[in-house]
Design a protein around this ligand. Structure first.
Ligand SMILES: [Zn+2]
Length: 65
């Protein structure tokens, strides 16, 4: 699971498909994602999360073209 919402370190953000210091909206999306992936083990959920963020990044690139 990610650290508490008080962190000031940049984190891979699923909501924005970006690497930044996340606000509470970002954490809502991320924690929802982890909640829905509880059937995965730690490593698998981390890998799947990064894959989901990468997909979001690609979506952003396509949309901003
Ligand atoms: Zn964000």
């Amino acid at each position: 699971m990610p650290q508490a919402t008080t962190t000031t370190h940049p984190t891979m953000c699923l909501k924005h498909g970006d690497f930044h210091v996340m606000d509470s909206d970002c954490w809502d999306v991320t924690l929802d994602w982890y909640f829905s992936s509880q059937h995965l083990n730690d490593q698998a959920s981390r890998d799947a999360y990064l894959a989901a963020v990468e997909r979001q990044m690609l979506d952003n690139l396509i949309r901003n073209r």
